[in-house]
Design a binder for this molecule. Structure first.
Ligand code: TA6
Length: 302
């Protein structure tokens, strides 16, 4: 079972406009949706849709926390969150003809003792793998992530900000930075894929068995003890990129959990991500033939 920890969940509000954003103008739209969000929650949503056993936990505060609980229950995603006094945040994405605008709130302050409650919750569910994904809210720092990693024999995968990645000191099965997070974690300027591949290998040497870097339209790389792999992005009509990195991580973890090789896992993750970018927000796409799509991804040694 893959348990996801979302320290800073969000209610994702996605709006679509037919015109560019302009200051001083009241834009109107009827294209708006609300999704339970936050990276770990998205990973559990995708893992469940891919047929993997998963449970979502983290910190939730009302009023939006109850909206997320209702939505996850309606989606059939097993969840067991730790209640906090402050309110869960709202993240907003505005889709316009000239681009995608994302505004992510810092999130609620998480009080003392909440991390211990979270560890008790994780232990109660006895997971094989724990995924800590997304930003850390005020009151939760890299030490808390290291405590989760060291608390038991479960494997830990992380998808956290570059500044947090740089501060981790534990041993991790996998991390999944995007290009910006990889640059922040390594202090390198990263443009070309080969720079990202080298940076992923450098980061791997700092306590991560695998570093999977999501590179958007440039695809993804995976640095492992046996070398670095590259997979190009699958051609798709991109609606928005919300959840793409979470989908890549979900596909890689699902394939590894089934005993697949690193190369097969990377190709599968890229195929899952392509499905997610073809729908708005973190709406669940169809994953029926994603295995066939994954076979069309050419994974090569970098
Ligand atoms: O990757 C998509 C997403 O998880 C959205 O659900 C949105 O809430 C955002 O990313 C949260 O990321 P953050 O880094 O702010 O925790």
């Amino acid at each position: 079972m893959i348990l996801t920890v979302t320290p800073n969940p969000a209610l994702d509000h996605t709006l679509r406009l037919d015109e560019p954003l302009r200051s001083g103008v009241v834009h109107r739209t009827d294209a708006a949706q609300f999704d339970a969000g936050g990276k770990g929650i998205n990973v559990s949503q995708y893992l469940r849709a891919l047929g993997e056993s998963t449970l979502a936990t983290g910190f939730l505060g009302n009023p939006f926390g109850s909206v997320l609980r209702r939505q996850l229950a309606a989606d059939g995603v097993a969840a067991d969150f730790v209640d906090i006094d402050d309110g869960t945040r709202l993240n907003t994405t505005v889709l316009t003809p000239d681009g995608e605008y994302k505004i992510n709130h810092d999130g609620p302050t998480v009080g003392e003792g909440a991390t211990e409650s979270l560890l008790e919750t994780i232990r109660r569910h006895d997971p094989d793998t724990v995924v800590v994904a997304g930003s850390l809210p005020p009151g939760v720092d890299a030490d808390a992530v290291d405590r989760i990693a060291a608390a038991d024999s479960w494997e830990v995968a992380v998808d956290v900000g570059g500044d947090v990645l740089r501060s981790l000191s534990g041993e991790y099965a996998l991390c999944k930075p995007n290009r910006e997070e990889l640059a922040a974690a390594t202090g390198e300027r990263l443009d070309a894929v080969e720079d990202c591949a080298a940076a992923a290998e450098a980061l791997r040497a700092r306590g991560f068995d695998r570093v999977v870097a999501s590179l958007g339209a440039d695809g993804a790389v995976m640095a492992t003890a046996d070398g670095t792999l590259y997979a190009p992005a699958l051609e798709t009509d991109v609606v928005d990129t919300v959840g793409a990195g979470d989908a890549l991580l979900s596909g890689v973890l699902a394939a590894l959990a089934r005993g697949e090789s690193d190369a097969v896992a990377l190709g599968y993750g890229v195929a899952v991500a392509a499905r997610v970018t073809a729908v708005a927000g973190t709406t669940l796409p169809g994953f029926g033939d994603v295995s066939a799509a994954a076979e069309s991804v050419t994974v090569s040694e970098y």
